[in-house]
Design a protein around this ligand. Structure first.
Ligand SMILES: *Cc1c(COP(=O)(O)O)cnc(C)c1O
Length: 424
């Protein structure tokens, strides 16, 4: 049986477990506000959960708020729309301000709705408007597949050939090069703020400015950025953005997502949108008029009435972020990921994530021999370390600022010190 504490693993690691525990004593985080899954193997009872970039853990407070919302439905039926403890008609508005604070937006620029890829589509309907020779969409070559499929299908929707319409840049430098060389052909730049595979944090402000200088619209997928790094979407003049709430935001599998539309696109003769009854202003919604009166806010991008029971965990989560503050969390995320980075370099792992702390989110990815998924399941089964594999050869680990510990990082590195020599 592997014993990362006393065996060869710890020797290979060269960093004492007590060092990790000392760091945790000085820097405890907010683990007590989360439910940590039990370890499936190894000598510790809790798992070392480093997959919060894939699915964040459940806050302790989530269950009671959700039961409360369920209880109001039982107690009130349809009258809950107006009379519930948190009335359902304006429920989504409870999420607007904390979500806006999280991404550095004005409340009227922010709406919590739908799922991430659905939001990207609704926003691209408005902001991807190919004209003449300006038809191309620029994404990153390592885009998350959903984003890649979304932009390709948008091209097809406009009658364009997706292979020639979608340009793929292999690095942030290449994004700038393509903008400089082919800017007049680019209608839309859509990039991940933090790359899902490598954990690289892009300079959202500078790339947005470069895209604008080339005459393109610039949108951001913030799936791995929201709740991970501080954002200033309004000040950075981002045109639009979307993010999910089940990764760093801990609002549960498939949780309701967020969207941002910059103030300059709101109201008046803004871009066209797909509409439904939730796109019209709240005050006259129930006049049942045949023509909508959209508000001058991101709420105009809503289509359907929101899923209240699914929004309840998002509310719990956003209040946690409000309570603690994104800057405090970013500082802790940098301490944790910096520690993990050092340990992994120390065992000779092939680290993919940028070495410069401001250029990465709280994630460290390593390239392993082939069989990342098999390695990942051994990490969990034999050591209770939960990481995430991207086949064939990438292992991602995300110590999250709210609930991960230095000891979790130490456990991951110790387990890898034992397993990597076997698989490479
Ligand atoms: C997680 C993730 C998605 C997932 O999309 P859903 O619509 O939530 O299923 C899409 N894009 C990126 C960049 C992601 O990281």
């Amino acid at each position: 049986m592997n014993d990362p504490d006393g065996g060869t693993a710890a020797m290979a690691l060269g960093a004492a477990e007590s060092g990790a525990l000392d760091r945790d004593a000085a820097d405890p985080g907010h683990r007590d506000r989360f439910l940590i899954p039990p370890a499936r193997g190894g000598r510790y009872s809790d798992s070392a959960y480093l997959a919060g970039n894939s699915l964040g853990l459940q806050p302790v407070a989530t269950r009671n708020r959700l039961l409360e919302d369920l209880g109001e439905w039982a107690r009130l039926g349809v009258e809950g729309h107006h009379d519930a403890l948190r009335p359902w008609l304006p429920y989504h508005a409870l999420l607007t301000e904390p979500a806006a604070r999280l991404v550095g937006a004005l409340p009227r620029e922010t709406v919590v709705m739908n799922s991430l890829t659905v939001n990207l589509h609704l926003l691209m309907v408005s902001f991807y408007r190919p004209r003449g020779t300006r038809t191309r969409i620029l994404i990153e070559d390592t885009a998350f597949p959903s984003d890649s499929y979304a932009v390709r299908s948008q091209a097809v929707f406009h009658g364009l050939d997706p292979d020639s319409t979608v340009l793929r840049a292999r690095s942030a430098d290449e994004v700038r090069d393509v903008l400089a060389a082919r800017g007049e052909n680019i209608a839309l730049v859509l990039l991940g703020g933090v790359n899902y595979l490598t954990g690289e944090l892009l300079d959202i402000s500078a790339i947005t400015a470069a895209g604008h200088a080339a005459g393109a619209v610039v949108g951001w997928d913030l799936a791995h950025a929201a709740g991970n790094v501080p954002l200033r979407l309004h000040d950075w003049e981002v045109d639009f953005a979307a993010w999910c709430s089940y990764k760093y935001l801990n609002a549960g599998p498939g949780a309701v997502a967020g969207a941002f539309v910059h103030e300059r696109h709101l109201g008046g003769a803004g871009p066209p949108r797909l509409e439904g009854w939730w796109s019209t202003e709240e005050q006259t919604r129930f006049e049942m008029a045949p023509v909508s009166r959209p508000p001058a806010s991101a709420d105009a991008w809503q289509v359907s009435n929101p899923p209240i029971l699914a929004m309840s965990p998002v509310l719990t989560s956003l209040r946690l972020f409000d309570d603690i503050g994104m800057d405090v969390l970013r500082a802790r995320g940098m301490r944790l990921s910096g520690y993990l980075y050092e340990l992994l370099e120390g065992i000779g792992a092939d680290v993919l994530t940028p070495a410069d702390p401001p250029r990465r989110g709280s994630q460290v990815s390593i390239r392993v021999g082939t069989g990342a998924a098999a390695l990942c399941s051994r990490l969990s089964g034999e050591f209770g370390v939960v990481a995430d594999a991207r086949e064939p050869d990438v292992l991602r680990m995300a110590p999250t600022a709210l609930y991960s510990t230095h000891h979790d990082c130490w456990r991951a590195a110790a387990a890898l010190a034992a397993l990597l020599p076997e698989v490479s």
